[in-house]
Design a protein around this ligand. Structure first.
Ligand code: UFG
Length: 324
């Protein structure tokens, strides 16, 4: 198939492009390179365009015939979204509307959309399935939920077929393919732990150790980016037989505390990783663990990276020798 990967220069999008190319699809990457990396575009042509620029989008679609769009472009930092909500609604909602309009004009009827666990807000269940209440507690989660609602309206009005995939904590890398996680301002736990181990980042701060969890630190469900990419491919297949709009939660269904992640990273790196206690980070729920039963049963998604250590090890190999 001929697939437009919006945000394909970013962390998850670049792993998607690798997967698609390996499985004989034709990839075109659309990215404004605001947070993505030119060096991460190793499969397919790069079209530099911003979703907030409808004329540039029009040029990106003109003369092409994409079978589907995979949409990874987004601002995605919870804390930043609280401080700069307009940026989040503009990029994530208005930008997506421009993309949907370009797709409609050019007859592209399939979309796989990057959504997030942040659409649920504070969990009211141990395992979060798709029926969990959706009450986002920050503009990032709200912006993604708005798009999910727009996709339902687009299905009714224009026959758009779409799947929203709600990632829990994306992690890991494919250093053997020259891609991994590289954010200019890193806020995520695993990269920060590994950079502390390597001495290339500041000492690790553990944000809160008085949560109602077994060791007092927050619990998260880490899922490898390659498994996320695989889920996108299955989602496209799913749309063959399932018109309308759909959503699936993606995680391994097992939670690991911040302290467990540090211990795993210490074992992988073969060194102790010093850390200091810090205040809770505003907006962090104590525990976020996915039920991905629906993705397993309906799409046949079976994550291959089910253990934390290999996920962290793949990230460790990347962080030791990042290409960008
Ligand atoms: N943490 C630390 N120190 C750090 C970085 C993180 O203690 O230096 C802690 C956080 O407080 C949190 C856990 O590690 O408890 C994981 O934090 P991340 O920043 O790696 O990931 P989040 O759980 O905050 O983010 C995920 C997804 C987002 C989603 C969010 C919803 O990546 O897309 O959950 O809460 F919005």
């Amino acid at each position: 198939m001929d697939i437009l990967v919006c945000g394909g220069a970013g962390y998850i999008g670049s792993h998607m492009a690798q997967w698609l190319a390996e499985h004989d699809h034709r990839v075109t990457v659309l990215d404004n390179l605001s947070t993505g990396h030119r060096e991460a575009v190793r499969w397919g042509e790069l079209v530099e365009a911003d979703l907030l620029d409808p004329a540039a989008l029009e040029r990106a679609f003109a003369g092409r015939r994409y079978d589907a769009v995979m949409h990874f472009c987004a601002r995605s930092l919870v804390g930043e979204s609280v401080r700069q909500p307009y940026d989040y609604y503009a990029n994530n909602v208005a930008g997506t509307l421009n993309l949907l309009e370009a797709m409609r004009r050019h007859g592209v009827e399939r979309l796989v959309f990057s959504s997030t666990a942040a659409v649920f807000g504070n969990p009211v269940a141990d395992l979060i399935d798709e029926s969990h209440p959706k009450v986002p507690i920050n503009p990032y989660g709200a912006s993604k939920l708005m798009v999910e609602r727009i996709l339902a309206d687009a299905a009714h009005a224009h026959g758009l077929r779409s799947v929203a995939l709600r990632y829990f904590n994306a992690a890991g890398a494919l250093p053997e393919h020259g891609i991994g996680e590289a954010h200019a301002c890193e806020t995520h736990l695993i990269p920060n732990v590994l950079r502390a181990a390597l001495g290339t980042g500041p000492a690790l701060q553990v944000f809160g150790d008085d949560y109602p969890t077994p060791d007092g630190t927050c619990v998260r469900d880490y899922v490898h980016v390659q498994d996320l990419a695989r889920a996108h491919a299955l989602a496209l297949d799913y749309l063959d037989t399932h018109p309308g709009t759909h959503a699936f939660n993606l995680g391994n269904g097992r939670g690991f505390s911040v302290r467990e992640v540090i211990a795993t990273a210490s074992a992988v790196a073969g060194t102790s990783i010093p850390f200091e206690r810090a205040a809770r980070r505003p907006g962090d729920p104590a525990t976020l663990v996915a039920s991905s039963r629906r993705a397993r049963e309906e799409m046949g998604w079976h994550p291959q990276w089910t253990e934390l250590a290999p996920i962290v090890e793949s990230a460790w190999r990347w962080h030791r020798e990042p290409r960008y």
